[in-house]
Write a protein that binds this ligand. Sequence first.
Ligand code: AP5
Length: 222
Amino acid sequence: MNKNKVGNMKIVILGAPGAGKGTQAELIAKKYDIAHLSTGEILRKNIITRTKLGKKAQTYVNKGKLVPDDIIINLMKEKMRSKECKKAFILDGFPRTIAQATVLNEIADIDIVLNIDVNPSILIKRLSGRRSCANCGAIYHLLSNPPKKQGICDKCKGKLYQRDDDKIETVKERLITYNEQTKPLIDFYSSKKKLITINGNRAIEANFKEIVEKIDSHIKSQ
Ligand code: AP5
């Protein structure tokens, strides 16, 4: 494995709500020891702590709509200037519009874009059973990835909760928003020859195995 290439690797992970972006990004960040930036997680922390950003974002997030581009672009420009993102990172939830992708293109040289492709019928089941840690953001599922102790995070012992935007009406809205505003990024990155599509319909471990094979093969080809 070319350590230099891993140390500089810049990845974007795409996929519909519930595709498993957060789950896989966490595993990838751990395996390759790179920073993991999740816009959804950053926004939820700001919403819980009632910051100015959180108050602005809340109305959009709770309706399943995208937070306006200018807010997200400013936020991510600042985050990506941080020391932890200087070299290698995985972006989860950003970009989500062509405007965001255009700005990202100007500020970072992305190596690969992983697109987790999942059948729509599976997405709803994944979202309705999701539980997240209020403290560290770790992701669980009541059936496919349960915590060892019900309601408690394995990693930090934080309390698990169900996200407000996982209510069925909001989920439907999030899927519409994804199809209209985020799906066009598949063609955007495909035309730049950066796109790697993963069959995300299988179990977490099987999806991760395919992702690792594809990342490693990309690194070897460099
Ligand atoms: P965000 O948190 O990014 O939500 P999302 O894109 O809708 O994605 P999710 O977090 O719902 O799903 P995921 O793909 O990460 O799946 P997960 O791994 O959790 O954003 C939330 C909101 O913030 C947006 O709606 C928007 O309002 C706003 N926002 C964020 N970024 C923005 C941006 N750039 N611009 C504007 N607004 C923005 O998995 C789901 C469940 O399935 C879990 O329970 C997991 O355990 C389980 N699971 C995962 N993989 C598998 C598998 N292979 N088999 C079985 N179960 C699995």
